[in-house]
Design a protein around this ligand. Structure first.
Ligand code: ATP
Ligand code: MG
Length: 199
């Protein structure tokens, strides 16, 4: 059997409706059966200040995706020591899949922000990434879609419905006592409250 699987990497600190809308839109556009969210271990591009634990970020992602049969969350990045590199994420997921379903083949799609995509030359082993997955850069309508300078068959840019939601803004809102209702799934807001995150 042939599968089409998306991988959405991120810090997910915390996961929010922007992530979920982007994953849903890309799944629709690329006819993906599954999207695997992979919360980072120690993020290599961000200072850990204000970073919730890997376990909290993983569990919030599980809560946020629980009701969608297309979505799942993988521990590959949080269980690996050290900083997360996309090439390792893809390699581990692909090895896991090959072990579970050796007879099946998969077309892999790595979903990331279009701005991050432009920096791919700075990622570890860009050629290894391109050999393992088609890249999908998501952006909001109105933002200019610039060609990230990759071979045209290596990456596709996709506009997702406007959602000016970011984890940074959510953390700042919590810190300031402003509401985060409807920016994150209800269960995520309850988890943040229950565990006193981002105060
Ligand atoms: P932070 O503000 O801490 O950087 P973030 O909201 O950008 O957090 P990340 O975990 O860094 O969230 O993002 C994971 C992936 O989701 C990235 O590829 C990012 O570009 C994408 N993304 C984040 N917010 C949105 C959004 N509102 N719409 C579409 N994609 C998004
Ligand atoms: Mg970000």
């Amino acid at each position: 059997m042939r599968h089409r699987i998306g991988v959405m990497g991120g810090t997910f600190n915390p996961i929010h409706h922007g992530h979920l809308v982007a994953a849903s839109e890309v799944a629709h556009r690329f006819d993906l059966q599954r999207v695997i969210f992979t919360p980072t271990g120690v993020p290599w591009h961000k200072a850990p200040l204000g970073l919730a634990s890997a376990e909290d970020r993983y569990l919030m992602a599980v809560i946020a995706t629980a009701s969608d049969p297309r979505f799942e969350v993988s521990r590959v990045d949080i269980d690996r020591e050290g900083p997360t590199y996309t090439v390792d994420t893809l390699r581990d997921l692909q090895a896991q899949f090959a072990e579970e379903s050796p007879a099946d083949t998969v077309d892999w799609f790595f979903i990331t922000g279009a701005d991050a995509l432009a920096d791919i030359v700075g990622w570890r082993d860009p050629d290894g990434i391109l050999a393992r997955a088609h890249l999908v850069g998501v952006t909001r309508p109105g933002h200019r879609l610039s060609n990230p300078g990759l071979p045209s068959d290596a990456a596709t840019l996709v506009e997702v419905p406007a959602l000016a939601i970011s984890s940074t803004d959510i953390r700042e809102r919590i810190h300031a006592g402003a509401p985060i209702d409807y920016l994150v799934p209800g269960g995520v807001a309850l988890w943040i409250d229950k565990h006193d995150l981002y105060r």
